[in-house]
Design a protein around this ligand. Sequence first.
Ligand code: ADP
Ligand code: MG
Length: 234
Amino acid sequence: MSVEDSTKDVVRLVDVRKDYGETAALDGVSLGIRAGEAVAVMGPSGCGKSTLLNMIAGLDRPTSGSVVVHGEDVGGLSEKGLALYRRRRIGMVFQFFNLIDDLSALDNVALSAQLTGTPARQARRRALELLDELGIAGRRNAYPARLSGGERQRVAVARALMNRPALLLADEPTGALDSRSGEQVMDLLLDLNQIGQTLLMVTHDERLAQRCAGRIVEMSDGRVAAEHTLERTA
Ligand code: ADP
Ligand code: MG
């Protein structure tokens, strides 16, 4: 790939290594993701998928190698710089939703914009718009305990989109859902990608990956073992 092409990458990892004590969670991963792509990471438990996402999310730093996202060298940021990077550039969705139990759906979504300094009223207005786009505005006043798994994940996706992230990361977003809700969440991610959202997700479900991703990256023992470009089936 030419230098010109690689500057258009939203994500560029070069020879990234992450050691946890004796364990090499990532053992030399190089990967580029272009704006507008949807990429699914697959591979057995423990092969380094979450570590890969966490490096890109700025939740942890590589032992060596470089992680550049949207032109920022994530490994070189200070703690404060990393916190800003996470809030402004990245949206992240987790398997178990990670919503705040004592905030309503609307407030869970609005909070992430308030943390970046958006006034509360404006944050709530945008949160409501997003809940509406994601088809759950009717549940805005419900607390997480009263939401179904699929509804919780849609709230979590809305929260992840609040700050218009350059990159949406999803770590097994359907892993805790029944197959129907899982399909709905994947369809939602697919819709977002089709309107231009760059997406990197981890999933165990080959069928959902094929439906939603344009490329599958297969990992094994901390390395990229294979990559396939797909014709989407959706
Ligand atoms: P996956 O998401 O593919 O299941 P992970 O990225 O979670 O894999 O883990 C990769 C390897 O790194 C595993 O051997 C795991 O035990 C280890 N690991 C991950 N995070 C940590 C951590 N914070 N401390 C120690 N070991 C870790
Ligand atoms: Mg994992």
